[in-house]
Design a protein around this ligand. Structure first.
Ligand code: TRP
Length: 336
């Protein structure tokens, strides 16, 4: 059996929050250090364009996400860490794949359908209002990201599973037409990773505006944790751990033993205020060393840029010759 190749992308919108950290960043960083695995991680800045973000926001988000992954310990020697837009073969492959993608397949994409539905429910006359072609064909760009590096396993959240399956469908159709050139990927969904709730108790997500940034300054971190919604149980009254945001967050950072101690404190009726203070101290201690490194990188973006250039050079060692092969397969060739 040939070795698996793992690849995952992070869209450059917003700043990393602790839900991202626990669900995606932490497991990816652990995997980046595993010498027995081939890993690609990239900043999907072309994907960020689909929603017409402000240019300065895209660039700031790219810096913040890259600096966060680096500060948290991403191994950029063992794995390949790069920015999508530094790889010219990716948009080139996107066009090639666009000619192999049935329009009907894109019509079925959940993300596009959700955008249409939001328009319809909002009473808009035009169901496609605000929907760019980039949003519509988003899964084709994502397929190019994946197929460009012959990824076999794509770790993603549930919401992205269909996109990876589409990449597989597109690759299959391509291979059927042009011969065995592309490698078929599959999604890798880890049900064991925690999904954290946010300040209001719903899933922590940028779109709900209920997040706690990983590198919020100490004061801000404390303020946000104090805002987490709790119920009206008084100090001294026993409290449930199941589905409790404070408990789940503590559990996501602490050891099993420490978490068991907190479960006991809940039974004993710890006050919510005291639990929030405990959670703040724990997370702050855990994050503080990386926060210092993050601040150093944000203050000196040239360090981050150099790291991304190193990654791009390594990625292009794969993408450039492979793109030549793909061009040749589809009949885009030198004459004579
Ligand atoms: N669309 C993914 C997301 O929003 C990010 C992404 C872009 C990606 N290209 C990818 C993930 C390729 C995995 C593989 O989360």
């Amino acid at each position: 059996m040939t070795q698996d190749i793992f690849l995952t992308g992070i869209t450059t919108t917003g700043t990393p929050h602790i839900g991202n950290y626990v669900g995606a960043i932490r497991p990816s960083i652990a995997a980046s250090k595993d010498a027995s695995k081939k890993n690609y991680y990239f900043l999907a800045d072309f994907h960020a364009l689909a929603k017409n973000e402000d240019p300065d926001k895209i660039s700031q988000s790219t810096l913040e996400i890259a600096a966060a992954w680096m500060a948290l310990g991403m191994d950029t020697d063992n794995s390949v860490f790069y920015r999508q837009s530094d790889i010219p073969e990716i948009p080139e492959l996107t066009w090639v794949l666009t000619s192999m993608t049935a329009k009907g397949l894109m019509n079925r994409a959940h993300s596009y359908k959700a955008a249409v539905q939001a328009n319809v429910e909002g009473g808009d006359k035009d169901p496609d209002k605000g929907i760019t072609m980039a949003l519509y064909s988003y899964p084709i760009l994502m397929a190019a990201d994946i197929l460009m590096f012959k990824a076999t396993k794509v770790p993603v959240g549930r919401d992205q599973k269909q996109h990876v399956e589409m990449a597989r469908d597109i690759a299959q159709r391509f291979n059927h037409h042009y011969g065995d050139v592309l490698v078929l990927p599959e999604p890798l969904i880890d049900d064991a990773t925690a999904v954290l709730s946010g300040l209001d108790g719903r899933k922590m997500s940028k779109s709900y505006n209920n997040t706690i940034p990983v590198f919020a300054a100490e004061k801000k971190l404390r303020k946000l944790i104090m805002k987490i919604k709790t119920n009206s149980l008084e100090p001294g009254e026993p409290k449930e751990i199941a589905g409790n945001t404070l408990y789940d967050m503590y559990n996501a950072f602490a050891t099993q033993e420490e978490t068991a101690e907190v479960a006991q404190l809940y039974k004993d009726g710890i006050a919510w205020g005291a639990m929030k203070q405990k959670l703040f101290e724990y997370i702050n201690d855990h994050i503080a060393p990386a926060r210092q490194e993050y601040e150093r990188l944000i203050a000196d973006p040239a360090i981050v840029e150099a790291e991304l250039q190193k990654g791009a050079a390594r990625a292009r060692e794969v993408s450039a010759p492979y793109m030549d092969k793909i061009r040749s397969a589809i009949g885009i060739r030198k004459l004579g």
